[in-house]
Design a protein around this ligand. Structure first.
Ligand SMILES: [Fe+2]
Length: 292
């Protein structure tokens, strides 16, 4: 019998990590309070209200999406930097890369009358070039409104991250991630999932924040969504998550197109923000336990 496991946000992270490894997903409740939810909703409103509906079955013709949320909403910066979720992301992706990076930020409002989105694996964005033994992506879906069976709570198939690529789930294996607002669905890039049908009379609002291995190309181009003139004022760790650091030695350098002859070249990305690289420690669940 498949089930979706729920954890309070102060649960041992090792337990949540283990469930993500086994089921490909887990829900963390009580991550955000009403104040944070209201602040984010207010910051998002001018951008979401102007966002167009989708243009096909996948993006949903009654669904609005908008991104660039690091540049646009200070609250999203805090969400991306949540220590518990970052520790889980590092723990999950750590075996496959030295560093992780922010893959995308996307608010999704599913309006009444929207049908179900096709089940998919988010890693398909990179095609089938990445071996199955490599987990490229760690995903989070933040419930900004309640997620209910009626209003389009995300459909998910626990355990499907271990299935053959073309295996179809039985009806009873497809669950819905019902969760109160302020909860976060954690799921891997390999587990099957899709948006639910909104049979209610009000929109269902979620925020997707995903991380990927730093040697991969990010789905949302963060250098365009959060260019240097905005990124230079952000927290240094957040700058690095955006990609303003080398993923490994020599991966992600640049050359200043206006540099004078004889100036040092190539350059590390941090210099585009007016600083040098900072010394950093690898960050994981054990380290978080030591500092809290
Ligand atoms: Fe997805």
């Amino acid at each position: 019998m498949v089930s979706l496991k729920y954890y309070k946000s102060d649960s041992p992270l090792q337990d949540i990590h283990q469930t993500i490894q086994e089921d490909g997903c887990a829900v963390m409740t009580d991550v955000l309070g009403n104040e944070a939810l209201d602040s984010f909703t207010n910051e998002l409103e001018p951008y979401l209200s102007a966002a167009p509906k989708g243009r096909d079955d996948f993006t949903g013709t009654k669904t609005q999406r908008t991104g660039a949320l690091i540049a646009r909403t200070p609250m999203c910066r805090e969400f991306v930097m949540d220590r518990r979720i970052l520790a889980l992301a590092h723990e999950f992706l750590g075996p496959h890369a030295e560093k992780l990076t922010l893959n995308l930020t996307q608010a999704v409002a599913i309006h009444p009358g929207e049908g179900t989105q096709m089940l998919h694996r988010d890693r398909e964005a990179w095609g089938t070039n990445i071996p199955r033994s490599v987990e490229p992506q760690f995903n989070t879906l933040w419930a900004i409104t309640d997620f209910t069976g009626e209003n389009g709570a995300t459909r998910i198939v626990p355990g499907s991250q271990k299935w053959a690529w073309d295996r179809e789930p039985a009806h009873e294996q497809i669950l819905q991630a019902e969760m109160p607002k302020g909860s976060v669905l954690l799921y891997t890039g390999t587990v099957l999932h899709g948006g639910g049908e909104n049979k209610s009379s009000i929109p269902r609002l979620g925020l997707i924040i995903t991380y990927c291995l730093a040697w991969m190309r990010q789905q949302e181009n963060q250098y365009l969504s959060c260019p240097p003139h905005i990124a230079k004022d952000l927290d240094e760790e957040l700058q690095e998550l955006l990609g303003y650091t080398q993923a490994t030695y020599g991966l992600g350098y640049y050359s200043d197109p206006e540099a004078l002859p004889g100036e040092f070249d190539p350059l590390v990305p941090e210099l585009a923000l007016g600083r040098g690289p900072r010394k950093r420690e690898r960050f994981n669940i054990d380290q978080l336990a030591k500092v809290t």
